[in-house]
Design a protein around this ligand. Structure first.
Ligand code: ASP
Length: 355
């Protein structure tokens, strides 16, 4: 891909202490209204003009911009590969990384990156905005400037953040625990099953005991590969046999994230259980996650989930759907042995679910 690289000349001395690489993918952050009134992304050169504060930072700041800024609804797993690779390639040269990304699929990208970047010991912070940067009431400026501060924050000479996070509307969240929960207020993200990692007020208060710890000996590794032969099947009262059958008979299907009611329950009608059983016999992996935004899957708690467990459906505990589908794509894409994929699905790969 033809990335554009821009070195931002800040007021910093010749050799500033801190450095950040910004990866600009697009999103509302840098959008403007086009002729017919819909929001479309524009390129980062123009974005920089709108944040003169960047020039005042004591930072070495580089921006790598996607060739075409993208609405994040169009982000694909190949983009996750590219973002991870840019971080990996530039890892030793920067203190931290900030990814400007649309909010719609930010939680998916954050989850995917958290699996791909092994032994991460530096901050990777995704952020964006609900109102484009060119507007007076935009949240873009605060989100970016605080994300930059977090990306260079240190304690005893080590980065405070050593994982992939989302910073948005004054809170720092674990990326693979996050979900976009609101589209019309500034507080777009939440981690219902995990505490906030930091809150930004006059100071940034870190919740150290819930953050990944720094391991100076661990060496960064990148693992790439995603299998797209997966689906999210969300059950609802009166879902039809024909629909479930068609989905589970999809040619080449390897994995299903089954979004169930409450603590992992589905209808226990014989036709439904038969279709699940048939899919499992075809070696399709089925991963049970809850439709509730908080709480966890406990297969066997109710009669309506007991059979799923007996058949071999895997429980996803308190994982989010975003983290579950990306985890499944990642494991199926990088691990040949399906029984290992199964084992890894029920355990945390990188803090996305409880043990
Ligand atoms: N549709 C936009 C995107 O995800 C929304 C946003 O950025 O907030 O790119």
């Amino acid at each position: 891909m033809n990335y554009k690289i821009v070195n931002i000349r800040t007021s910093a001395k010749v050799d500033p202490k801190d450095s950040v690489l910004i990866i600009y993918t697009g999103g509302t952050f840098g959008m403007a209204f086009d002729k017919d009134g819909s929001l479309a992304p524009f390129n980062f050169g123009r974005v920089i003009e709108m944040i003169p504060e960047l020039k005042g930072l004591e930072l070495r700041l580089t921006v790598i911009s996607f060739p075409e800024a993208r609405d994040s609804a169009n982000i694909q797993h190949t983009d996750w590969d590219n973002i991870a690779y840019i971080i990996y390639e530039n890892y030793t040269q920067y203190d931290g990384f900030v990814i400007l990304h649309g909010t719609d699929t930010m939680a998916y990208t954050a989850s995917a990156l958290s699996y791909m970047l092994k032994n991460l010991n530096k901050p990777v912070i995704l952020t964006g905005a609900q109102i484009p940067i060119g507007y007076i009431r935009s949240d873009a400026r605060e989100n970016l400037l605080t994300a930059l501060e977090i990306a260079t924050a240190k304690q005893n000479g080590h980065p405070i953040v050593n994982e992939v996070c989302i910073y948005f509307n004054l809170v720092l969240l674990r990326g693979n625990r996050s979900s976009k929960i609101r589209s019309s207020t500034f507080a777009a993200f939440q981690t219902k099953n995990y505490p906030v990692l930091a809150e930004s007020g006059i100071n940034i208060e870190y919740n150290h005991s819930f953050m990944a710890t720094h391991n100076p000996d661990a060496k960064i590794k990148i693992v790439r590969g995603f299998d797209e032969n997966v689906v999210i099947l969300k059950v609802f009262p009166s879902i039809s046999e024909a629909v479930v059958k068609a989905i589970l008979n999809t040619k080449g299907l390897q994995g299903v994230v089954l979004e169930t009611f409450g603590s992992g329950n589905t209808m226990n009608f014989p036709w439904f259980l038969k279709l699940i059983e048939r899919a499992l016999k075809k070696d399709i992996i089925i991963y049970n996650v809850s439709q509730c935004s908080g709480g966890e899957v406990l297969q066997g708690r109710y009669e309506t989930s007991k059979r799923l467990k007996e058949l071999g459906v895997l429980g996803g505990g308190d994982i989010t759907t975003e983290a579950a589908i990306t985890k499944m794509m990642f494991l199926l894409g990088t691990e040949k042995n399906k029984s290992l994929v199964r084992k890894k699905l029920i355990k945390p790969l990188n803090g996305e679910m409880d043990e």
